[in-house]
Design a binder for this molecule. Structure first.
Ligand SMILES: [Zn+2]
Ligand SMILES: [Zn+2]
Length: 227
């Protein structure tokens, strides 16, 4: 191994520093960094370290641009995973919204292909994070041909987009279960067989438990008074 030298004054160092260290000979800081073209960590001056940081930033930016270029075609062609990755790789709010709209369109089209005629919008646990416009849409039922703007309206002000999702399952008015709205199949399913609604079911059973305890408590109180 080479003798470690201070990158500023070339003084011989007792051992190779593992992190930012001040040189005892010249008082300058030395940094331990690698660059995209040479992954070996080595000692650098402040200026070299800044340049190395910049090189890494440029590298990441370039990779992001390349990833986006690769994903663009499949995303526009309706590849759901590609759209999801575009969403993960976008920062511009307007662009994000366009990808979310495309994702909703893909989901609605898929449900339509499966023969589903009507879908229910649901945000599940995320209901509290919906803007007022979207909150009014939560649990509402739309036709699969209604278009993406029926799920994400133009005047939506949610800080996180895409919280409302579509499903072909519609809750029965009395809350007893769900109906699959696929054409030719309107079979009912009790809530515990529904795959997607864990949080909602948990909410219902929690409320149910509360009611049961409340009734028990009332009974005990009445029994106590009668004694
Ligand atoms: Zn030095
Ligand atoms: Zn909203």
């Amino acid at each position: 191994m080479k003798t470690p030298l201070c990158p500023s004054c070339k003084a011989v160092l007792p051992k190779l520093p593992q992190r930012k260290t001040k040189c005892k000979a010249c008082g300058e800081y030395m940094f331990v960094k690698s660059t995209p073209d040479n992954r070996e960590k080595r000692l650098m001056t402040q200026a070299q370290a800044d340049a190395a940081e910049q090189a890494w930033t440029d590298r990441y930016e370039r990779e992001k641009v390349e990833t986006r270029a690769q994903l663009m075609q499949p995303a526009l062609a309706g590849d759901r995973n590609a759209v999801l990755r575009m969403i993960a790789n976008s920062q511009d709010p307007e662009e994000l919204e366009r990808w979310w709209l495309l994702l909703i369109e893909i989901d609605l089209a898929k449900l339509a292909r499966q023969g589903v005629r009507t879908v229910q919008l649901t945000a599940g646990k995320a209901r509290d994070r919906l803007c007022p416009v979207c909150r009014a849409l939560d649990q509402s039922i739309i036709g699969v041909g209604a278009g993406a703007r029926a799920v994400m309206p133009e005047n939506c002000t949610c800080s996180t987009k895409g919280l409302l999702s579509v499903s072909g399952w519609i809750k029965q008015p009395n809350g007893s279960g769900y109906v699959d709205m696929s054409a030719g199949s309107t079979r009912s399913v009790p809530p515990r067989q529904m795959p997607h609604r864990n949080e909602e079911r948990a909410g219902v059973s929690w409320r149910f438990t509360l009611v049961v305890f409340g009734m028990l408590f009332a009974l005990l109180a009445v029994a106590g008074m009668l004694r």
